[in-house]
Ligand binder design. Structure first.
Ligand SMILES: [Zn+2]
Length: 458
């Protein structure tokens, strides 16, 4: 009898199960089209981007511009339909650019001004003129062969260009990138006075690009680090081929302690499960830039994904959380803090995707995860093809979500067409006008579609 009683629920369960209507199978192409239609027909992401770039404007870490952006983001998350909206304290460095100038001259010639930008985190000259002879070096390998007496007291000029033969501009950026972030300590430790770097760009115009650099811990001679445009770099190299050229740098940049900024969150709680899917972008920009592609586009795309999920009444299984990160440009403290707190709280994340490569037409989704997970995404490729999204072979992830890798979270990044991204990246030219409304929205479509797939299947 006892045995029969324990088996009864099983019999009944079987009975009810057989009476239940078969579960309707989701048609992913149909759902993809619904998502795409909602965003392409009803998105307000372009207007949001106009507000963020033109009304809020530059929003560099530790400035009132950033605080303004936080208030704006909270309002926009509410409008998009987020249920829980909150902030997280992040300790960020207070780096100020201050005044800056660069002049050059040949022996016996007159001083001539060149456009320049100090690199982020660079020490300045204390507002005093720093003069010296320019030493042209084409590569780090070449620099390492130089005698110390040749380097001491010089202003070292690295003219390492983007490799134009590399089709993927993100790869060219990574290759040339070390000239920006690591050469200041390289030359400082060998007694140079300053470093001038060529802007990281595939263009040949007269626009200087800024970006972060880092001093080594053991660097006792933290020299000023500045950047000049690609055109200026080529002209300077030509001039150095004929005669000695001298530089006069005068900057007041420097780091003045730390302060509190905030990451901003908005989420739709999961219906079945409290584990989290992160959709991220960074809210900060460089001080000299509206930061339209980098990373205003990513911010408004994240807001748009949340809005579309709400509008379509998608019953998300997992919690979908928009994370707008502080301080990506000069420290990544927003990303580090988020991951550290997630670990401390024991929050489970099943997926994180970032959009931080510009608001251009989507081409793919980069996947930084174990092969088994990658294969699961590969199986969905055909659903994305009608939207022009075909590249699933990249394996990098955005800077802000990268700290989640230590918690074994599968990571992804939107891969847009990046042929024009580095022309304007980290410059005053990265403006709202450079973003195409339709391309921006298509990026949001791709993010919404992959988040939908992960939510339904993982
Ligand atoms: Zn960025």
């Amino acid at each position: 009898m006892k045995k029969l009683l324990t088996l009864l629920p099983l019999f009944l369960g079987g009975f009810f199960f057989s009476q239940r209507k078969p579960v309707q199978k989701i048609s992913y192409p149909v759902e993809f089209k619904k998502i795409s239609d909602e965003i392409l027909l009803n998105s307000n992401s372009y207007e949001n981007l106009r507000e963020l770039t033109k009304q809020v404007g530059p929003r560099f870490s530790a400035t009132t511009g950033y605080e303004k952006a936080v208030v704006w983001a909270e309002k926009k998350l509410k409008e998009a339909g987020a249920e829980n909206i909150w902030k997280q304290e992040v300790v960020v460095p207070v780096w100020e650019r201050g005044r800056e100038s660069l002049q050059i001259k040949t022996s016996g010639g007159k001083w001539q001004s060149l456009k320049m930008l100090s690199l982020g985190s660079s020490e300045g000259t204390g507002g005093k003129d720093l003069e010296g002879e320019i030493l042209l070096v084409k590569s780090i390998q070449e620099f390492n062969t130089l005698m110390s007496k040749d380097v001491k007291g010089k202003i070292v000029f690295f003219n390492y260009p983007f490799d134009q033969s590399i089709v993927n501009t993100a790869d060219a950026y990574m290759l040339a990138g070390k000239y920006r972030w690591s050469t200041p300590s390289l030359v400082g430790k060998r007694g140079a006075k300053a470093v001038i770097t060529r802007s990281l760009t595939s263009a040949f115009d007269d626009v200087p690009h800024t970006g972060s650099m880092y001093y080594d811990q053991d660097d006792k001679n933290r020299v000023p680090a500045i950047s000049i445009s690609a055109k200026a770099a080529d002209e300077l190299e030509k001039s150095l081929g004929k005669q000695k050229v001298f530089a006069k740098i005068n900057t007041t940049s420097g780091t003045k302690g730390e302060m509190i900024n905030h990451n901003v969150f908005g989420e739709i709680p999961g219906n079945k499960d409290k584990s989290v899917i992160v959709i991220g972008a960074h809210l900060d920009s460089w001080d000299i830039s509206e930061g339209a592609h980098d990373n205003g586009a990513g911010v408004v795309q994240c807001l748009e994904v949340l809005r579309a999920f709400r509008k379509l009444n998608i019953e998300n299984n997992h919690t979908i959380r928009v994370v707008l990160y502080a301080n990506e440009e000069n420290g990544v403290q927003g990303g580090e803090t988020y991951a550290a707190q997630a670990k401390k709280k024991g929050e489970k994340h099943i997926f994180a995707i970032e959009s931080d490569a510009g608001g251009f037409s989507p081409r793919g989704i980069s996947l930084d995860m174990i092969p088994q997970r990658r294969r699961l995404v590969f199986a969905w490729k055909d659903y994305f093809l009608p939207y022009g999204v075909y590249d699933f072979d990249q394996t990098y992830a955005g800077q802000d979500i990268l700290p989640l890798k230590k918690l074994d979270v599968p990571l992804a990044e939107l891969v847009p067409d990046m042929q024009r991204y580095f022309d304007i990246h980290h410059t005053s030219e990265d403006t709202f006008e450079k973003v195409n409304r339709r391309e921006l929205m298509l990026g949001a479509v791709t993010i919404a579609q992959i988040v939908y797939m992960i939510d339904k299947n993982w």
